[in-house]
Design a protein around this ligand. Sequence first.
Ligand SMILES: [Zn+2]
Length: 651
Amino acid sequence: MGKIDYIHTVQPGTGGIDDAFLNRYVLMSGERMIPYQWSMLNNDEKSGIIHDFRVAAGEIEGEHIGMVFQDEGLFKWLESAAYYVADHPDSPVRAWAQRAIDLAERAQQEDGYLLTWFQLKAPDKEFCNLLESHELVCMGNVLEAGIAWHHATGERQLLDVAIKLADHLCEYFMQDGPAGDLVPGHPGIEFCLVKLYRETGQEKYLKLAQHFLDRRGTDPEVLEKQHEREWDRPPIFPTWNTFADHTYMQIHAPVRQQTTAEGHAVRASYLYAGMADVYMETGDRELFAACETIWKNLTGKRMYITGGVGSSECGERYTGDYDLPNDTVYAESCASVALALFSRRMFQCTGDGKYLDTAERAIYNTVLGSVSLDGQSYFYVNPLEVWPDACEKNPSKRHVRPVRQGWYQVACCPQNTLRTLAGIREYIYYTKGDTLYVGMYVGGDAQISLQDRKIALHVQTGYPFNSTVDIRTDSQGAYTLALRDPGWSEETDVFLNGSRVEDCVREKGMIYIQRRWQKGDTVTLKLDMPARFMVSHPRIRANSGRVCLMKGPLVYCFEEADNGTNLSSLRLNPDAAVAEVYEPDLLGGTLTLSVSGLRIMEEGWDEETLYRPFRVKARKQELRAIPYCLWNNRGQGEMTVWIHSSGSEVS
Ligand SMILES: [Zn+2]
């Protein structure tokens, strides 16, 4: 075993995004979300995060405010700020971030430990309750922020905080005795440790990641036993026992023997991402085989069409195959962020474009849809069907908010969404040897280091509303360009300087063009992406007899604002023609889909009749669908992705 020859991500901050579709999100993340979330970090009533660090640093007196994992907000914000500052070194964000870094450094204990809840509320109980504590996943955020800030500014201060913390973890968890048997209750530090290993070359960080994976599931009760042995206080989460079983935290079996996506959906994909990363560095085929098997189950049987995952509110978790209800859904934003992280790593392991199809599905639908167009309100739960009255009155739907919220007591999702948008470039370009991969089609300029030279690319596209992508190289020389050929594009045409290329290699969702490039050479991709009716696997009960619309990676939805109330009474014939209309004044400019459908009429029903012998009347109605990621930007109202079909499903 040994390191495999894997595909590398190109660090954000190495090129400019100028993309008709993504600009709004990139601009919003920098100009609205970062300042807004900074104000939330400083707001004692909403989060108390800065307050907690100041108390831990001994600057003010006070009690810890907020949840045990509250600190993660500071470090996810710092990671996002790093991506922004890389492009905007003169922005005030840099000074805010510097204040936060100074504060984190002052709050860190001499031994390296850093988590304000334990420092202030249970200083003698650090790492004594890994079942509930979230300590290690939060510490992973410190590592990621330190690395991102170092890349953005060249400054080591936060990286040194991260290293001091990681050294403490290595010392604590790699010792002989009970501490050496422990694993994180919430996985998520494993891939961060691998990142720190890659950053520093210090093998002990990789070894600790490997150690956590090797131990996990060998004794499913190890954390309960620790709780029993070392935690003599009330539980951190009083209702923990009602949902946190062994599958909840993926500790039910050794990781190499796990075959299905189980438990808390964020924990799950963070764990799988760590497994993929450790495979890349060690060549441990068993780990990779488990990742492949789990990935097949996850995307083949347990994922919403929007890339949402984890269908149950209880435990924010996976349930069973094909159990994907649309209206009592969970599909936490963070779970889609985590799925994108896992999928991207699977691409890095294999070069198979299908993994990036899934990352893009999760990001372009659920992650983008989790934030409002003004960047100041967020979904935690991402439903595919909303009836606001029922969300208000039906306790089993109360977790499904019909409108985005300004902040959450547990604010993981706004922060995870921000760092994904601010760092979106990590998904676009990749390199391996003399091959430059374009994994997502995003307009703009990029300077990419490939072996010993710099390649300049200019991408122009109206994707995902438009099917043409132009990629111009402004550098000369021989190398291979690998372009993702999305699974949904049934026939992708490739042109070089206007002439069709017949001899390019097409393999595992990628198109390879190898040549000696001249300055100005332009590759044009024509993707096959008309608006299409989609149907789900017959075993997804919730979607039986229903269809939905997609265009390329975008899932579309129907809103009350366009289609009236009671969307469940609409019917669509999947043979109907779909008109694609770009509407510059709608939702910041968007492509809508219009299709002629039917509405079941209520005439003839009175207040006292709930049921009657079968007799249904319908009238024609023009229906309009908008991209799912843009829903709920026009006030509260009903929304649905899936519509009942009026056509014959059987052929
Ligand atoms: Zn979340």
